[in-house]
Design a protein around this ligand. Structure first.
Ligand code: G16
Ligand code: MG
Length: 213
């Protein structure tokens, strides 16, 4: 029986992937190439530094660690310009009513995100009050598909992993949830998220049946 729901942030609650893409492509352009949108799928759910490594691989470029730290920081500054402008209108359809329903049923709620900016984003879209725990890229140091982020969420909620379900839009996140011994619901397309226990396009019309297995 499910007692806790753990939500990924980017691609599940809000679509910040578009802002990550704009900021990464700005960096790519500065380095002299175009980071096409088709490559963006590979950045979903993976850490900032891994994203940079993928970007540089696409561009066929190699830099030292020190240079990469500077590049990642610049990208983040551009990304934050978009994040500061976010409003609650950007919460994906059906999310607020689904979270409200979970609260009413007494199901615990946590965030499980790779982003170091997760708290800021929750504040911008005014969703912090729904979350009993927030595990983000500052607390979980091992990147998905490592299960650490979700295991820390279960621990903070004081729940057994087998009573938790994870909502994820990225293949790396599905693998992390399965490795944590949790149920997993993919948000997006079955072609990418086929390993999840269930896949739905989003939270529109979602009700308690979704978390019954
Ligand atoms: C998100 C995005 C990733 C991003 C990562 C780190 O993860 O999906 O593309 O690289 O966070 O973000 P930041 O640079 O803000 O620390 P999630 O786990 O919320 O999908
Ligand atoms: Mg995601």
């Amino acid at each position: 029986i499910i007692k806790a729901c753990i939500f990924d942030l980017d691609g599940v609650i809000v679509d910040t992937a578009k802002y990550h893409y704009l900021a990464w492509n700005r960096l790519a352009n500065e380095l002299g190439f175009e980071f096409s949108i088709e490559h963006n799928e590979r950045l979903k759910g993976v850490s900032r530094m891994t994203s940079l490594d993928i970007l540089l691989e696409v561009g066929g470029l190699t830099y030292s660690n020190a240079e990469k730290v500077v590049m990642a920081a610049r990208k983040n500054e551009w990304y934050l310009e978009y994040i500061y402008k976010m409003t609650p209108d950007e919460i994906l359809p059906g999310v607020i009513s689904f979270l409200t329903m979970l609260r009413e049923k007494g199901i615990k709620i946590s965030l499980g995100s790779a982003s170091k900016n997760a708290m800021l984003i929750l504040e911008r879209v005014q969703l912090q009050s729904f979350f009993d725990a927030v595990i983000d890229g500052n607390k979980a140091l091992k990147a998905k598909p490592d299960p650490q982020v979700f295991l820390l969420a279960a621990q903070e909620l004081n729940e057994n992993p087998t009573n938790c379900v994870v909502f994820e839009d990225a293949a790396a996140g599905i693998e992390a949830a399965l490795a944590a011994g949790m149920k997993c619901i993919g948000i997006g397309s079955p072609e990418i998220l086929g390993r999840a226990d269930k896949v739905v396009p989003g939270f529109e019309n979602a009700n308690i049946e979704l978390i019954k297995f």
